[in-house]
Design a protein around this ligand. Structure first.
Ligand code: CA2
Length: 142
Protein backbone atom coordinates (compact mmCIF):
# COMPACT_ATOMS: atom_id res chain seq x y z
CA UNK A 1 0.00 0.00 0.00
CA UNK A 2 1.27 3.48 -0.93
CA UNK A 3 0.19 6.55 1.02
CA UNK A 4 1.03 10.20 0.35
CA UNK A 5 1.54 12.38 3.44
CA UNK A 6 0.67 15.98 2.59
CA UNK A 7 1.61 18.85 4.89
CA UNK A 8 0.44 22.41 4.36
CA UNK A 9 1.60 25.89 5.27
CA UNK A 10 4.21 26.50 7.96
CA UNK A 11 4.64 22.84 8.81
CA UNK A 12 8.10 23.04 7.21
CA UNK A 13 9.01 25.16 10.28
CA UNK A 14 8.23 22.42 12.79
CA UNK A 15 10.67 22.41 15.70
CA UNK A 16 11.64 26.05 15.16
CA UNK A 17 8.87 27.69 17.21
CA UNK A 18 5.99 26.73 19.52
CA UNK A 19 7.45 23.38 20.70
CA UNK A 20 4.79 23.31 23.43
CA UNK A 21 2.09 23.08 20.76
CA UNK A 22 3.76 21.27 17.86
CA UNK A 23 6.66 19.41 19.52
CA UNK A 24 10.41 19.89 19.22
CA UNK A 25 10.97 17.64 16.18
CA UNK A 26 11.82 19.18 12.83
CA UNK A 27 9.73 18.51 9.71
CA UNK A 28 12.47 16.21 8.41
CA UNK A 29 12.66 14.19 11.64
CA UNK A 30 8.86 13.85 11.77
CA UNK A 31 8.93 12.48 8.19
CA UNK A 32 11.70 10.01 9.13
CA UNK A 33 9.65 8.87 12.15
CA UNK A 34 6.51 8.37 10.03
CA UNK A 35 8.49 6.50 7.35
CA UNK A 36 9.99 4.13 9.93
CA UNK A 37 6.60 3.40 11.53
CA UNK A 38 5.00 2.95 8.09
CA UNK A 39 7.61 0.41 7.03
CA UNK A 40 6.80 -1.59 10.16
CA UNK A 41 3.21 -2.02 8.96
CA UNK A 42 4.05 -2.56 5.30
CA UNK A 43 3.12 0.91 4.04
CA UNK A 44 5.28 2.86 1.61
CA UNK A 45 5.05 6.61 2.19
CA UNK A 46 5.62 9.62 -0.03
CA UNK A 47 5.96 13.08 1.47
CA UNK A 48 4.85 16.45 0.12
CA UNK A 49 4.90 19.83 1.83
CA UNK A 50 3.91 23.19 0.41
CA UNK A 51 2.90 26.60 1.65
CA UNK A 52 0.81 27.15 -1.49
CA UNK A 53 -2.82 26.13 -1.85
CA UNK A 54 -2.51 25.41 -5.59
CA UNK A 55 0.52 23.17 -5.13
CA UNK A 56 -1.35 21.15 -2.50
CA UNK A 57 -4.30 20.77 -4.87
CA UNK A 58 -1.95 19.61 -7.66
CA UNK A 59 -0.40 17.06 -5.27
CA UNK A 60 -3.85 15.70 -4.37
CA UNK A 61 -4.69 15.35 -8.09
CA UNK A 62 -1.38 13.61 -8.84
CA UNK A 63 -1.76 11.26 -5.85
CA UNK A 64 -4.80 9.61 -7.41
CA UNK A 65 -2.56 8.10 -10.13
CA UNK A 66 0.00 6.36 -7.93
CA UNK A 67 -1.20 6.30 -4.30
CA UNK A 68 -3.83 4.27 -2.46
CA UNK A 69 -4.63 7.01 0.03
CA UNK A 70 -3.73 10.40 1.45
CA UNK A 71 -2.93 11.63 4.95
CA UNK A 72 -3.37 15.40 4.98
CA UNK A 73 -2.47 18.08 7.49
CA UNK A 74 -3.64 21.09 5.53
CA UNK A 75 -2.46 23.49 8.26
CA UNK A 76 -4.54 26.65 8.46
CA UNK A 77 -6.07 25.87 5.03
CA UNK A 78 -8.05 23.24 6.94
CA UNK A 79 -10.24 26.00 8.31
CA UNK A 80 -11.21 27.77 5.09
CA UNK A 81 -9.98 26.18 1.84
CA UNK A 82 -12.98 25.03 -0.18
CA UNK A 83 -10.56 24.45 -3.06
CA UNK A 84 -8.63 21.80 -1.10
CA UNK A 85 -11.93 20.31 0.04
CA UNK A 86 -13.09 20.04 -3.58
CA UNK A 87 -9.78 18.44 -4.61
CA UNK A 88 -10.08 15.75 -1.91
CA UNK A 89 -13.66 15.18 -2.93
CA UNK A 90 -12.72 14.93 -6.61
CA UNK A 91 -10.18 12.14 -6.20
CA UNK A 92 -11.52 8.71 -5.39
CA UNK A 93 -8.74 7.58 -3.04
CA UNK A 94 -9.49 7.88 0.70
CA UNK A 95 -8.04 10.74 2.74
CA UNK A 96 -7.55 11.08 6.49
CA UNK A 97 -7.32 14.59 8.01
CA UNK A 98 -4.70 14.95 10.74
CA UNK A 99 -3.56 17.62 13.16
CA UNK A 100 -0.57 17.56 15.46
CA UNK A 101 -2.34 19.64 18.10
CA UNK A 102 -5.81 19.14 19.52
CA UNK A 103 -7.45 21.93 17.53
CA UNK A 104 -10.58 21.74 19.71
CA UNK A 105 -8.72 22.98 22.79
CA UNK A 106 -7.41 26.00 20.89
CA UNK A 107 -8.79 29.19 19.33
CA UNK A 108 -12.37 29.09 18.04
CA UNK A 109 -11.32 29.47 14.39
CA UNK A 110 -9.41 26.16 14.62
CA UNK A 111 -12.52 24.26 15.71
CA UNK A 112 -13.99 24.37 12.21
CA UNK A 113 -12.67 22.23 9.39
CA UNK A 114 -14.06 22.55 5.88
CA UNK A 115 -12.29 19.35 4.77
CA UNK A 116 -13.49 16.87 7.45
CA UNK A 117 -16.71 16.10 5.61
CA UNK A 118 -14.84 14.81 2.55
CA UNK A 119 -12.27 12.81 4.56
CA UNK A 120 -12.78 9.29 5.86
CA UNK A 121 -11.90 10.43 9.36
CA UNK A 122 -10.03 12.93 11.49
CA UNK A 123 -7.16 12.42 13.97
CA UNK A 124 -5.98 15.35 16.11
CA UNK A 125 -3.95 15.94 19.21
CA UNK A 126 -1.45 13.10 19.21
CA UNK A 127 1.60 15.00 18.00
CA UNK A 128 3.57 13.22 15.27
CA UNK A 129 1.68 10.02 16.14
CA UNK A 130 -1.45 11.59 14.60
CA UNK A 131 0.14 10.74 11.20
CA UNK A 132 0.99 7.19 12.28
CA UNK A 133 -2.54 6.60 13.60
CA UNK A 134 -3.89 7.81 10.25
CA UNK A 135 -1.68 5.24 8.47
CA UNK A 136 -3.12 2.50 10.67
CA UNK A 137 -6.62 3.73 9.79
CA UNK A 138 -5.92 3.71 6.05
CA UNK A 139 -4.29 0.29 6.32
CA UNK A 140 -7.58 -1.03 7.65
CA UNK A 141 -9.62 0.35 4.72
CA UNK A 142 -10.19 -2.16 1.96
O1 CA2 B 1 -2.23 21.10 14.76
C1 CA2 B 1 -2.00 21.08 13.55
O2 CA2 B 1 -1.41 20.16 12.98
C2 CA2 B 1 -2.44 22.27 12.68
O3 CA2 B 1 -2.93 21.76 11.45
C3 CA2 B 1 -1.20 23.11 12.45
C4 CA2 B 1 -1.49 24.42 11.69
C5 CA2 B 1 -2.65 25.17 12.32
O4 CA2 B 1 -2.95 26.30 11.52
C6 CA2 B 1 -3.87 24.31 12.47
O5 CA2 B 1 -4.89 25.06 13.09
C7 CA2 B 1 -3.56 23.08 13.32
C8 CA2 B 1 -0.31 25.40 11.69
C9 CA2 B 1 1.02 24.83 11.61
C10 CA2 B 1 1.97 25.90 12.05
O6 CA2 B 1 3.17 25.24 12.24
C11 CA2 B 1 4.12 25.83 12.96
C12 CA2 B 1 5.32 25.20 12.95
C13 CA2 B 1 6.36 25.71 13.67
C14 CA2 B 1 6.20 26.87 14.39
C15 CA2 B 1 4.97 27.50 14.38
C16 CA2 B 1 3.94 26.99 13.66
Amino acid sequence: MKILIINGPNLDLLGEREPGVYGADTYESVCAYIREKAEGIGIECGFFQSNSEGAIIDAIHEARKTYDGIVINAGAYTHYSYAIRDAISAVKIPAVEVHISNVHTREEFRHRSVISAVCRGVIAGFGKDSYVLALYALGGIR
